[in-house]
Each structure stands twice: as structure tokens, then as C-alpha cells.
Design a protein around this ligand. Structure first.
Ligand code: GRF
Length: 217
């Protein structure tokens, strides 16, 4: 029996691309529902570009500094995605805010990973924010992208304890391990059509399987 057609995914990065690598690795499995067809960076110096190229994936930069406006940069991005036949966009440390038009054009077809348990700690410096707030559990969230930053419907989350003596770096190290596990799983769910966006909510096709709870003690 032949496998169903794979969803063509583009990963957008701005930096080292460790989440990108975790998705590329997962997508090597024959039964993974997505194929990573393109990697784009808004920064030519992003370390992840070389890592994508090493993995044999078409990778290039579209340097946002060469565009006069946010809209013109987004239009170039949109053209590159469409040219490559991309069906689903996966943001992995992409540090540019999109115009509302771009987000609307990809509504329900663009996901992001954020290093906090949303809706807590939107924006940047999430590990500092978590330590400052004194939460005992922290983590990461995969969500659909909507025009409001880090406010989209939540697809999946992973939690880690905040330990006595943690600093932002030690907390980030604990969270990123879970990011690398969560993102490939969440992307598979979306790419296979099992978690579509419907009326502003994630409409899961099946009951989610996680059992048990994570306690900070
Ligand atoms: C990750 O912590 C991700 O959650 C956030 O940016 C960071 C990117 O790291 N959006 P990497 O480039 O995937 O290593």
C-alpha cells in the first residue's frame, strides 16, 4: 500500500536552527507525514542555513534588511514559499514579525514554537520572565500563528520543572530538550490533518494520548 502524499513544509529560521534540525531528522522517517522542502532565513548569517544544506534541503536567505518595508519583505517570502509549492509553514526561531496580510494568507497553515507555557510569557526573554514570576513549571508551546504575537490557538505543550538555583540558561537548556521532542510530534499532527484550525480553535481529530501529570515536586 502506498503512503499518503506528504505535506510540503518550509521551515523559517533566524538563528542556529536546532528545532529545524529536530524536525528534519524526524521527517526522515518514511511514514512521517511531512517533507521538509525548503528552509528560509531572514538573516544570511543564520547558522541553521548550513545545517539545512548539509541535510540536502534547499536553503536560502531572504535578507530583510534589503527591503524597504515589512510588506515588501513578506511578499518576497510569500513568493518563495508559493514557488516551492509549500503547503505548511513552520517557524523555528524566526525572529521577524509578519504583516497581518501575510499571516492571514497563511492562516491555519503556519505554526510556531514558543519557549514558554502560553499564554504566559509572550515575546522574548521567556526564561527570565518565568524566573521573575516564580512559576514552578515552565515549558514550550506549539501554536498556530495569528496576527497577535504568540497568541494563536495552542496545538501542544511540554512542561519542565523550574529548579532551585536555575538561571535563564539552565532553564533554557531544560526547555529546548522538550522543544526538540514536541515540535516534530505537533508538526506531524498538523501535517496529517489531525489538528486543523477551525473557528479559532484546534479541532483535534482524535483524543490526545498523554497520560499522567508533571509535578514540580
Ligand atoms: C527556540 O527556543 C524557540 O522556541 C524560539 O526560538 C528558539 C530557537 O532556537 N522561538 P533554535 O534556532 O531552534 O535552536
Amino acid at each position: 500500500m502506498s503512503l499518503p502524499k506528504k505535506t510540503r513544509v518550509a521551515i523559517l529560521i533566524s538563528g542556529r536552527g536546532s528545532n529545524m534540525v529536530s524536525v528534519i531528522e524526524a521527517a526522515k522517517a518514511p511514514d512521517y507525514p511531512a517533507e521538509i522542502a525548503l528552509v528560509l532565513s531572514n538573516r544570511p548569517d543564520a547558522g541553521g542555513l548550513a545545517r539545512a544544506a548539509e541535510a540536502g534541503i534547499p536553503a536560502r536567505a531572504i535578507d530583510h534588511t534589503l527591503f524597504a518595508s515589512r510588506e515588501s519583505f513578506d511578499a518576497a517570502l510569500d513568493a518563495a514559499l508559493r514557488e516551492a509549492g509549500i503547503e505548511l509553514v513552520c517557524l523555528a526561531g524566526f525572529m521577524r514579525i509578519f504583516s497581518a496580510g501575510f499571516v492571514e494568507a497563511w492562516a491555519g497553515r503556519m505554526v510556531n514554537i514558543h519557549p514558554s507555557l502560553l499564554p504566559l510569557f509572550r515575546g522574548t526573554h521567556t526564561h527570565e520572565q518565568a524566573l521573575q514570576a516564580g512559576v514552578r513549571l515552565h515549558g514550550c508551546t506549539v501554536h498556530y500563528v495569528v496576527p497577535e504575537l504568540d497568541a494563536g490557538p495552542i496545538i501542544a505543550q511540554a512542561a519542565v520543572p523550574v529548579l532551585t538555583g536555575d538561571d535563564p540558561d539552565s532553564l533554557a537548556d531544560r526547555v529546548i530538550v522538550q522543544e526538540h521532542k514536541l515540535y516534530p510530534k505537533a508538526l506531524a499532527l498538523v501535517a496529517s490533518g489531525q489538528a486543523p484550525l477551525k473557528n479559532g480553535r484546534v479541532d483535534f481529530a482524535a483524543a490526545q494520548g498523554a497520560k499522567g501529570a508533571l509535578h514540580s515536586l
